[in-house]
Ligand binder design. Structure first.
Ligand code: TYD
Length: 219
């Protein structure tokens, strides 16, 4: 079993059902003796949580939105993600930069080359010898936007993103697809329009396949 730090991110449109599987993975890793840091974006530090509050609720243009996402990310990387990885922990992060490309880029139509520039600035970390910090694996919960909308309907008061029309989420979903095409080895795409236990088996299987969780204990 691998004991070096592992950086895992989870993506998908709102309503794709990430949360329960992230919690189950944390449990699975802990059962195998790993120390797990559970975190999320935007957020994960006191400063980044304040930025989250702003970006999810206050009206602003797409450039402000993208800058705040990356500002929060920088603090999160420096304060939480990099230290945890250097201690050899498993970092499970609910959303990361793929969400910026999908939501601000594909969803809002913001310039992807500017986002790439910001990605280079923000994710250059000394521990990486000039290479960008990227997830070791990104689990993409891929769900048709119409199904996600049904799941979300009436669930709670929507934020600035959740209240977007179906066409926005169609673009976001396509944005995730494009990100995966650019770096397929980093992604595990999990078709999520199926019962929860089938989704869980697929998620867990992606980790077993890589030798990061022991096989044979799928619940
Ligand atoms: P999430 O934590 O999944 O929402 P919740 O806790 O309400 O289930 O994500 C918050 C929202 O932020 C989600 O709608 C996607 C959006 N988001 C972006 O638009 N860009 C980003 O870079 C990130 C990280 C999130």
């Amino acid at each position: 079993m691998q004991t070096a730090g592992l950086f895992i991110t989870f993506e998908g449109i709102d309503g794709a059902g990430k949360s329960t599987h992230i919690a189950a993975l944390a449990e699975a890793f802990r059962t195998q003796g790993r120390v797990v840091t559970l975190t999320r974006e935007p957020g994960g530090t006191p400063l980044a949580e304040k930025l989250r509050e702003l970006v999810l609720n206050d009206p602003m243009d797409p450039l402000c939105e993208a800058l705040l996402m990356f500002a929060a990310r920088r603090d999160h990387l420096q304060q939480v993600i990099e230290p945890a990885l250097s201690r050899g922990e498993v970092v499970l992060c609910d959303r990361f930069t793929d969400a910026t490309f999908a939501y601000q880029g594909a969803g809002r139509g913001f310039d992807l080359s500017v986002l790439s520039q910001l990605e280079r600035w923000v994710q250059s970390m000394p521990a990486q010898d000039g290479r960008l910090r990227q997830p070791d694996l990104t689990v993409w919960f891929d769900l048709p936007p119409a199904v996600a909308a049904e799941r979300l309907a009436g669930a709670r008061l929507p934020d600035r993103f959740e209240s977007q029309p179906l066409a926005f989420f169609e673009r976001v979903a396509a944005g995730y697809g494009n990100r995966m095409l650019q770096d397929p080895a980093r992604f595990a795409r999990v078709p999520s329009d199926q019962p929860k236990d089938a989704v869980w088996r697929a998620v867990r299987g992606a980790f077993e396949q890589r030798g990061w969780l022991q096989a044979g204990s799928v619940q």
